[in-house]
Design a protein around this ligand. Structure first.
Ligand code: DGT
Ligand code: CA
Ligand code: ZN
Length: 580
């Protein structure tokens, strides 16, 4: 069994226990184990043989015993027994949007539903609406959810593709016949979803390099190919292409395999104008002699262009900008000095204010806003105005302890109710340093209604930031049907910031809307929305999304000098056209 297969066993156990209604801490322990196995760079079999399982974070005695049983016998008694109690096919139901473990248990116990087909039939027969807590509306929602599940495109969210790519890169780095290996394709361009994975390698011995690639333990099928290009399928269905060329042609190859196709087509036209021909691995002069490019810079230079960052290579004006020397000064990860959206144990976060503050300092963050949920979001034990006063004392205490190493702010992620009102009154909002207003419920409301709610929030002078404005989850939940023209016009008028939520399952605003926002002079706020110290400051995917949207540091309040940010937060009336 490979890492992902072992991880899947623990994920399945967690899902089944959750449906069974078991203790949440037990469930979390299995999820944590699955997570660390998924991101483990080493082969779990090796770690097991070395007796080092317990050194892996998230794996304690109980889990390591189970891994031991799995790897030595190929089976796990505990899991087999659990499957007798709770049918494993129920796990599939959890993939239906808006269906959680409680509902799965309800459908199973009251109607004997054990799979998606059964759920679909029951919904169509109008049986779900009669169950406690259900109605016609929630029944219709489930039918829509099943439809969305059927339609799902097969593209993979960037977060998952990234983890699998890193593990594969680590493996290929260890192959002596490969002198260099890099990401290419849509993952290098950092699209939010990935069709298949493209990697490029430099090697003088392509046959050996390809043989090592096919031997990667996660490969379940070799789809074909030769010494220049080979495709395989990994466990869980991800397809990967490896392209190999000798080091002196690596730049030509890397540029080609990075794409996009549209960008490459334009580049080839420009090359032709210069009398060159440009193909997959080969750039040639008019006389047929080859122009070797070991780096991408050389490819662009040969065509008379400056280097174009991969995130821009979509033929959305980058070639024109490059030709006229007007490429944007794209934002980078170190530019982000403030995290203005995070959660602690005061709501649904896993760590205290002090722990989050310490983690922030380790990451070099200079400003941290604690923005727990307002209590309107029932499931997350959100804060009441009274809690806010208590929390303020704790924030002040931690601020005293950390001194001037970190500026701590008190904020809140305030719920925008389904009727458009905000959870907190203006008097309460006025005492907060940062107010994020977000929609978490009623995402399927008609366009006018859901847009109206967001407009209400934008127009409230206490609201600084609209959190994850469209509310979608990549590959899982469609964004709300928001009239973005109206929302952006209102935000441009009030100077309210729109968030780029950097959680790789959100990336909301997306690249296209981020670009439109900055063109309209709307400030952006880039936040990880961390619920743990592990994710705090992990803004890579958000920064990549911003770069795809041509965003510069001046457009993002989190990248401003600390004093400029604090002034902006304190003075809503002076916000108009802040980065024009
Ligand atoms: P994906 O996999 O759908 O997320 O998107 P990409 O961009 O990774 O596209 P993919 O995997 O079909 O191809 C990888 C790269 O190969 C692509 O970014 C550019 C290059 N490429 C593929 N087909 C063509 C083509 O017909 N013409 C040119 N010029 N380049 C191509
Ligand atoms: Ca691809
Ligand atoms: Zn949040």
């Amino acid at each position: 069994m490979n890492n992902l297969q072992v991880a899947d066993v623990f994920t399945n156990i967690a899902d089944l226990l959750e449906i069974k209604g078991e203790n949440i801490y037990k469930i979390l322990a299995y999820r944590k184990a699955a997570e660390s196995l998924n991101s483990l760079a080493q082969d779990v079999n090796e770690v097991w043989r070395d007796g080092k399982l317990k050194d892996v974070p998230g794996i304690g005695k109980a889990i390591s015993d189970k891994i031991d049983e799995l790897l030595s016998t190929g089976k796990l008694g505990f899991f087999e027994k659990l499957k007798q109690e709770v049918p494993i096919s129920l796990v599939e139901l959890l993939h239906v949007p808006d269906v959680g473990p409680k509902k799965v248990a309800l459908f199973w116990h009251s109607l004997g539903i054990t799979d998606v087909a059964g759920l679909e039939a029951a919904a169509k027969a109008g049986q779900l609406r009669t169950l406690p807590g259900m109605g016609e509306k929630s029944e219709a929602k489930i039918l829509n959810g099943i439809e969305a599940l059927h339609k799902r495109s097969g593209r993979i969210p960037i977060g998952r593709a990234w983890v699998e790519a890193q593990a594969l890169l680590d493996y290929l780095h260890g192959v002596p016949a490969i002198s260099r290996v890099e990401l290419a394709g849509s993952l290098r361009r950092m699209r939010s979803t990935i069709g298949d994975l493209d990697l490029v390698a430099a090697s003088t011995d392509p046959a050996v390099a390809m043989a090592a690639f096919k031997n990667y333990p996660q490969v379940i099928q070799v789809m074909g190919g030769g010494e220049a290009k080979t495709s395989v399928e990994l466990y869980r269905g991800l397809r990967v292409q490896l392209w190999v060329q000798p080091p002196e042609r690596f730049g030509t190859l890397w540029q080609y395999a990075t794409g996009s196709k549209e960008h490459n087509v334009r580049l080839r036209e420009l090359a032709l104008d210069k009398g060159y021909s440009l193909s997959e691995q080969h750039m040639a002069r008019a006389d047929g002699s080859e122009l070797l490019c070991a780096s991408e810079e050389e490819v662009y230079a040969a065509i008379g262009l400056p280097y174009i960052p991969p995130e821009l290579r979509e033929d959305r004006g980058e070639i024109e900008a490059a030709r006229s020397g007007r490429l944007p000064n794209l934002i980078t990860l170190p530019d982000i000095q403030a995290e203005l959206h995070c959660h602690t144990t005061w709501s649904d976060g896993s760590y205290s204010i002090r722990e989050m503050a310490e983690a922030a300092m380790v990451r070099g963050i200079k400003v941290l806003a604690i923005t727990d949920h307002s209590h309107g979001l029932g499931i997350t034990h959100g804060l009441s105005p009274d809690d806010l006063r208590q929390q303020k004392l704790e924030i002040d205490q931690v601020q005293k302890e950390v001194g001037d190493r970190l500026v701590l702010l008190q904020g809140a992620e305030v719920e925008i109710h389904t009727d458009g009102s905000l959870e907190f009154s203006d008097e309460v909002l006025a005492i907060l340093d940062v107010v994020i207003a977000s929609v978490h419920t009623g995402l399927r409301q008609p366009r006018e209604q859901v847009t109206g709610r967001l407009l209400n929030a934008v127009r409230n002078p206490h609201v600084d930031i609209i959190g994850h404005p469209l509310g979608g989850l990549i590959g899982e939940r469609e964004p709300a049907d928001v009239d973005m023209d109206a929302l952006m016009a209102a935000a441009a008028e009030s100077g309210t910031a729109l968030e780029i939520n950097a959680d790789p399952s959100r990336l909301d605003l997306n690249d296209i809307y981020a670009r439109r926002a900055i063109e309209l002079g709307i400030p952006l706020s880039l936040n990880r929305d961390a619920h743990s110290i592990e994710t705090l400051g992990q803004d890579e995917f958000g920064v990549a999304t911003a770069r795809r949207g041509w965003v510069e540091p001046r457009h993002v309040i989190n990248a401003w000098p600390v004093q400029a940010l604090l002034d902006w937060l304190r003075n809503p009336s002076g916000r108009l056209n802040t980065h024009k």
